[in-house]
Design a protein around this ligand. Structure first.
Ligand SMILES: Nc1ncnc2c1ncn2[C@@H]1O[C@H](COP(=O)(O)OP(=O)(O)O)[C@@H](O)[C@H]1O
Ligand SMILES: [Mg+2]
Length: 132
């Protein structure tokens, strides 16, 4: 990504809103673009990092990176890993199972995926920069 911004946050639930504001502000500065989708994506990914990985343990952190190319915005959330695996729950799963975050991302991102990192994972999602 030619232009990339990155910030690390304490792995606390209330820091998810800060991560969302960080991403939304960067996108707003770039003019018209998928601000709402980007904010939703980073909220879900940061929530997952805090809730499902070692990022949410004492002293934990997660890192958010936003990259811009001519036609794509790429959002990455790097967590500290753990026993759980990112899995998209089926649409038919019963409501009380929760689990809609990754499903939502599959619906609104152009592409997304998971990369293993030495001490955790990077979950990334790409959005088209200008919504038609
Ligand atoms: N960053 C992550 N690392 C490890 N496991 C994850 C991560 N994100 C999500 N998961 C796993 O994938 C499941 C589905 O995530 P999601 O769709 O966001 O639903 P929810 O967070 O409500 O359970 C989670 O329940 C969790 O087990
Ligand atoms: Mg979730």
């Amino acid at each position: 990504m030619p232009q990339q911004w990155s910030r690390q946050f304490p792995g606390l639930p209330r820091k998810v809103a800060e991560a969302r504001d960080f991403v939304a502000a960067l996108l707003e500065d770039e003019g018209p673009g998928p601000v709402e989708d980007a904010a939703l994506i980073v909220s879900e990914l940061a929530t997952n990092a805090v809730r499902h990985t070692r990022s949410g343990r004492y002293g934990g952190w997660f890192r958010v990176t936003v990259g811009f190319s001519d036609d794509v915005v790429r959002i990455e959330v790097i967590d500290s890993g753990g026993d759980e695996e990112p899995l998209v729950r089926s649409v038919n799963a019963s409501v009380d199972e929760g689990g809609r975050g990754l499903l939502l991302i599959t619906a609104c991102a152009k592409d997304w995926g998971v990369q293993d990192r030495p001490y955790g994972r990077c979950i990334w999602a790409e959005l088209a920069r200008v919504s038609a």
